[in-house]
Design a protein around this ligand. Structure first.
Ligand code: UGA
Length: 430
């Protein structure tokens, strides 16, 4: 089958490569010439484990190509996936500008019967509007078949999630679209659930909101554990052994960041309010998440008379490991707080480079974590990159000024670290 992906972000690029890998002929369209030039050369412009290799191999097999020519691309394909971004507007609602522009562009260049698949995370009810936007712009009499097919890719694990998903959701009541979608996914070995488009949109938001709820729940428990002197890791483990609860997304820490959970929680809250069905539980989830950083920072502040002039090293800038994405990463509000307290701040991240703005604010970035910790008064772990677990902490102990670790991700073995004469502080874990 010939498939076009419109929007070459991490979802479009990953799914494009994976469909090419499954034997389809795939094109990727984007208005950003730099992105397309880079992908055409087989150079992934973002960090995603394993994807670079698949990109190069599929381009080599001539099953994957990229273009900025919208007219030609739309005319020559009959299955079009919409994978453009839906960032948050100031009021928290999703910005549908890009989705609408793409729909209108499809309408303008539509020359034959087409199946349109909305894969962008869109507010409930949008997929049906996409069809209207296409038809409003089109003079072509051939029908449009529309489906909603939410994505469940985690950054840093996107390739595995795309190849081996837990489930595939196909939301449509259009027979032609359903047939095309089932054919497209026929080699995938996981449950395929067929729903309405609106149910598919709701499943996507509800899934992210539920995972965010698990995280805020365990963070709330962690604070109680701090007071009780109970180890939150034991609690997570004990809870997770119950199959009805499951072990995932029960890691207490600095809370959730990234381009999805914060945005999708906000959007769902907004939708629910618009329908006069406010989601009180989810509001609390968001509030707990926002306060998690402050809770952590207070722990740091309490252990010093003043942070002024103290050398604080921050490990991790990405919102989670295995990605270079820093959107809604907790590291930056923490750096801001440190600057307000007039601390001297040094940072390390295995893949993220600080922008000039931060450097001019006086933050020093080190490529070697051992250089970063020299003379430090405290080390703050903000991203659970496995590299930090593998550090020679004894060597670190000899380099620092004060042996003090604030582990915002509870990633180190507290007892081992304490045995090296470090002061160790986690979240609900010490
Ligand atoms: C999330 C979902 O997991 C994907 O299924 C979904 O497709 C994607 O959003 C999306 O909507 O596009 P992602 O944002 O890449 O994926 O990252 P996650 O692995 O879900 O982590 C989100 C945040 O939660 C990170 O900041 C992570 O550090 C934090 N987290 C995760 C915890 O604090 N504790 C946990 O136990 C798990």
């Amino acid at each position: 089958m010939k498939i076009l992906f419109i929007g070459m972000g991490y979802v479009g690029t990953t799914m494009g490569a994976v469909f090419a890998n499954a034997g389809h002929e795939v094109s990727g369209l984007d208005i950003n010439q730099e992105k397309i030039a880079s992908l055409t050369k087989g150079e992934l412009y973002f960090y995603e484990p394993g994807l670079q290799e698949m990109l190069v191999s599929q381009i080599g097999h001539e099953r994957l190509s990229f273009t900025t020519d919208a007219k030609e691309a739309i005319e020559n394909h009959d299955i079009l996936f919409i994978t453009v971004g839906t960032p948050s507007l100031e009021d928290g609602n999703a910005d549908l500008t890009y989705v609408k522009k793409v729909a209108q562009m499809i309408g303008r260049y539509k020359n034959m019967e087409k199946t349109i698949v909305v894969k962008s995370t869109v507010p409930i009810g949008t997929t049906n509007k996409v069809k209207e936007w296409i038809n409003e712009e089109s003079t072509d009499p051939n029908p449009v078949h529309i489906a909603m097919n939410p994505e469940f890719l985690r950054e840093g694990n996107a390739l595995q999630d795309a190849l081996y998903p837990d489930r595939i959701i196909i939301g449509s009541d259009d027979e032609e679209a359903l047939e095309t979608m089932h054919k497209l996914y026929q080699s995938w070995k996981c449950p395929i659930l067929q729903t309405t488009a609106m149910a598919a949109e709701t499943i996507k938001y509800a899934s992210n909101a539920f995972l965010a709820t698990k995280i805020s729940f365990i963070n709330e428990m962690a604070k109680l554990c701090d007071t009780l002197g109970v180890n939150i890791k034991d609690v997570s483990k004990g809870m997770g052994l119950d199959e009805r609860i499951g072990p995932h997304f029960l890691e207490a820490g600095l809370g959730y960041g990234g381009s999805c959970f914060p945005k999708d929680v906000k959007e769902l809250l907004g939708t629910a309010e618009a329908y006069q069905r406010p989601l009180g539980l989810l509001k609390e989830v968001e509030k707990i998440n926002k306060n998690q950083c402050t809770y952590f920072f207070e722990k740091l502040k309490k252990s010093f008379d003043t942070l002024e002039g103290k050398r604080i090293v921050l490990f991790g800038l990405a919102f989670k490991p295995h990605t270079d994405d820093t959107r809604e990463s907790v590291s930056f509000p923490i750096i801001d707080q440190l600057l307000k307290e007039k601390a001297s701040v040094a940072v390390h991240d295995p893949v993220v480079h600080l922008s000039k703005d931060w450097i001019t604010k006086g933050i020093k970035q080190y490529s070697d974590p051992y250089d970063a910790v020299e003379g430090s008064d405290a080390i703050l772990i903000c991203t659970d990159w496995p590299q930090y677990q593998e550090l020679d902490w004894e060597r670190v102990r000899h380099l620092v000024n004060e042996p003090s670790i604030f582990d915002g991700r509870n990633m180190l073995e507290a007892n081992q670290i304490k045995a090296l004469q470090f002061q160790y502080t986690g979240i609900g874990y010490s």
